[in-house]
Design a protein around this ligand. Structure first.
Ligand code: PLP
Length: 391
C-alpha cells in the first residue's frame, strides 16, 4: 500500500535516523551526569539541539521544554496555566475543532469548575470553512478569561487559523495564548514573536522525526507565563518536566525541524501541486465530491499537503474497506484508539453520513506524482464499484 496519512504520522526521514544513531551507541551518557565526559557530550548535544529548535521558531533555548509529544505539551500548557493562581478568572476560550489533546484536558477542568467557551468556526459551504474569525475570538474574551487555546493548522481539514491576529488580540487584552502548532511546525513558517503566542506545542513525528518526542514553547519575556509542572522528580528542565532527557529523540527532533525548514518553500509548492493533481484527477472520474475545509485556491488558509473530501452516495465504512491499497484516514486516526466519526467535520456542519464517507489525505515528503495517479485510480474504482452496488 501507498502511504498518504501524513497528518497521523510520518516516516522518519533517513537523514534524521542518521543524525540520531550515534546517540544510541556512542553518545549515550545521561545529560544530567555532568561529572564525566559521556554526560557532558550528551548535555552538549541536548543544548545545541535545543538552540537550533528555538532559533527555528524565533524563541530562545531556555523557552523550550521537551516532552513526549504534542499531547503532553498541550496537557502541560493547559493544566500548567490553569493550576496556577491567576490574576484573572476561570474562563477559557477554545474552538470546537481543536484536537482532543486540547478539548479533553479542558473538559476535565470544566468538571472542576472552569468555564469553557468553545467557538464555532466558519461552516461548510464557506470558502474558508473551518476557519475561526479573529473578531469572534475578540468578542468571546471577558475580564475573567485566563487563557485562549487555538490550534495553528487543523489536522483533519488543514485549515490555518489567523494566529498572528489572534495573538495580537490576546496581547491587547492581557490574556495568555496557547497554540497547538503540531501540524504547522515544519510545514509553514512559525515564529513565536510574530504570532504572539505564549505557549506553543509541537511534535517530531508529524515532521519526519521520531515518535515520543515533542516540545512546548513557554514564553519568558513579557508577562512571564507561570506554569505548574505535571511530572515531578529529578528536577530536569529546570523542574518544568522531570525525567531523563530523551537524547535520541531531541537530536532527531532538531534534525527534523532543521530539514523541514531548509526545504519548506520548495516542498510546500510540490505538495500543493500533488494535492491539486489528486483533486483534479478525482473530480475527472468521480461525480459528487465535496471538498471539506477551505477552498484550495485560498493557499494561505490551508496546508499544502491536506485534502479532505466527502463522497456522497457511498457508505463510509465500505469505502474505507475498498481503498486498502492506499493508507488514508476517515476522520482522524491519530485522535483516538476507538474510531468515532470526526468531531471536526461535524463541527463545520457536515451530516453524519457525509462525515462517515469522508477521506483525509495527508500528502507528504515521500509521495510522488505516480503515487497520486495510483490513489486517484484506487478511489475512483472503489466509488464506481460501490455506487453500482446501490444503483
Ligand atoms: N495536536 C494535533 C493538532 C495533532 O494533529 C496531533 C496528532 O496526533 C496531536 C496534537 C497529538 O500529538 P502527539 O501524537 O505528538 O501526542
Amino acid at each position: 500500500p501507498i502511504y498518504f496519512d501524513n497528518h497521523a504520522t510520518t516516516q522518519v526521514d533517513p537523514r534524521v535516523v542518521e543524525a540520531m544513531l550515534p546517540t544510541f551507541t556512542q553518545a549515550y551518557g545521561n545529560p544530567s551526569s555532568v561529572g564525566h565526559l559521556f554526560g557532558e557530550e550528551s548535555k552538549r548535544l541536548v543544548e545545541s539541539s535545543q538552540q537550533s529548535i528555538a532559533t527555528a521558531i524565533g524563541a530562545s533555548a531556555t523557552e523550550i521544554v521537551f516532552t513526549s509529544g504534542a499531547t503532553e505539551s498541550n496537557n502541560l500548557a493547559l493544566s500548567g496555566v490553569l493550576s496556577q493562581r491567576r490574576r484573572r478568572g476561570n474562563h477559557v476560550v477554545t474552538v470546537t475543532t481543536e484536537h482532543k489533546a486540547v478539548l479533553d484536558p479542558l473538559e476535565q477542568r470544566e468538571q472542576q469548575g472552569f468555564e469553557i467557551t468553545r467557538l464555532s468556526p466558519r461552516q461548510a459551504g464557506d470558502d474558508l470553512a473551518g476557519m475561526l474569525d479573529a473578531d469572534q475570538l475578540r468578542q468571546a474574551i471577558r475580564s475573567d478569561t485566563a487563557l485562549v487555546s487555538v490550534m495553528f493548522a487543523n489536522n483533519e481539514i488543514g485549515v490555518i487559523h489567523p494566529i498572528a491576529e489572534i495573538g495580537q488580540i490576546c496581547k491587547e487584552q492581557g490574556v495568555l495564548l496557547h497554540c497547538d502548532a503540531t501540524q504547522a511546525v515544519g510545514k509553514i513558517p512559525v515564529d513565536v514573536e510574530r504570532l504572539g503566542v505564549d505557549l506553543m506545542s509541537f511534535s517530531a513525528h508529524k515532521m519526519y522525526g521520531p515518535k515520543g518526542i515533542g516540545g512546548l514553547f513557554v514564553r519568558k519575556s513579557g508577562p512571564r507565563v507561570r506554569l505548574q509542572p505535571a511530572i515531578f522528580g529529578g528536577g530536569q528542565q529546570r523542574g518544568m518536566r522531570s525525567g531523563t532527557l530523551n537524547v535520541p529523540g531531541i537530536v532527531g527532533l532538531a534534525e527534523a525541524v532543521r530539514l523541514s525548514l531548509a526545504e519548506m518553500n520548495e516542498e510546500s509548492q510540490r505538495l500543493a501541486q500533488l494535492r491539486d493533481q489528486l483533486w483534479l484527477g478525482l473530480n475527472e472520474r468521480i461525480t459528487g465530491l465535496q471538498l471539506n475545509g477551505p477552498q484550495l485556491e485560498a493557499a494561505e488558509a490551508r496546508l499544502a499537503g491536506n485534502l479532505n473530501f466527502a463522497v456522497d452516495r457511498v457508505d463510509g465504512e465500505a469505502l474505507m474497506m475498498n481503498v486498502r491499497e492506499i493508507a488514508v484516514s476517515s476522520g482522524s486516526a491519530c485522535t483516538s484508539a476507538n474510531p468515532q466519526t470526526s468531531h471536526v467535520l461535524q463541527a463545520i456542519g457536515l451530516s453524519e453520513d457525509l462525515t462517515r464517507s469522508s477521506l483525509r489525505f495527508g500528502i507528504g515528503r515521500f509521495n510522488t506524482t505516480e503515487e497520486v495517479d495510483f490513489a486517484v485510480d484506487v478511489v475512483a474504482t472503489a466509488v464506481d464499484k460501490l455506487r453500482k452496488l446501490i444503483a
